[in-house]
Structure formats: C-alpha cells, structure tokens
Design a protein around this ligand. Structure first.
Ligand code: SF4
Ligand code: SF4
Length: 112
C-alpha cells in the first residue's frame, strides 16, 4: 500500500518562516553554512575541528552560535529544492512534514 506523503513541496519551511540555529556539527558537515549564516549571542569564533599539540582532534563548540540567514529565503533553496539536501542542518533534517508548524506555513503565499 502506498504511504501518504504529507509534504506538498511548497518549500515554505525554507522561506524564512522559522529560525534555523546551526549546531557545530552542522557547520563541520557542511562548511558552506558558515558563509550563509550570521553569528549571534556574543560568539567568540566559529565552531570547528581543531588539533591539540599531541595530535588529538577535537570539536570546539561555543554553543549554538550561528543562525542561517534566510532573508527573504534560505540561500540554499533552489527551484529543485534544497541545494545541500544531503548535508542540510539538523533543524531541517528533523522538520516533520505535516507537523503543526508545517501546516501553519504550507498554504502561505510567500516570496520565492
Ligand atoms: S512547509 Fe511542509 S508541506 Fe511545505 S515543503 Fe515544508 S514540509 Fe513540505
Ligand atoms: S538548508 Fe535546505 S532544507 Fe534547510 S532551510 Fe535551507 S533550503 Fe530548506
């Protein structure tokens, strides 16, 4: 039996209706997010992978420090959908089509 897909492919969840806070691992997985985001909350520096004197690699994290710039829409939104779909931020990855937030925005007539 074919499963019902609640996503209408309207793309409105990518058109500035939600704040997308980026996590450190989002930026490490997809470095282009850093160029398209703004720091907030008094950030000291970008997140990243660093190497200790003894060669230990670690992840530095100042907290949720960058916010995806979505004016007027996410810079990664294209006519064919998300340009970085495979490495999209965790917040996008976990957005559930058909959820309350989705229903709030899916019928809005927003700028493309
Ligand atoms: S707002 Fe909802 S229906 Fe529209 S693309 Fe996003 S998940 Fe799909
Ligand atoms: S990164 Fe992709 S899924 Fe997330 S808001 Fe932008 S276009 Fe949408």
């Amino acid at each position: 039996m074919k499963q019902h897909d609640p996503c209408k492919r309207c793309g409105n969840c990518c058109r500035g209706q939600f704040i997308i806070d980026l996590e450190c691992l989002d930026i490490i997985r997809e470095p282009r997010l850093l160029e398209q985001s703004k720091p907030f909350k008094g950030v000291k520096g970008p997140c990243g992978l660093f190497e200790d004197e003894d060669g230990t690699i670690y992840v530095a994290h100042d907290g949720n420090c960058h916010r995806l710039d979505q004016e007027p829409h996410c810079p990664f939104l294209t006519d064919d959908g998300c340009f970085i779909y495979a490495t999209r931020p965790y917040a996008c990855l976990t957005f559930v089509p058909g959820c309350e937030k989705c229903l709030e925005v899916s019928d809005l007539d927003l700028e493309s």
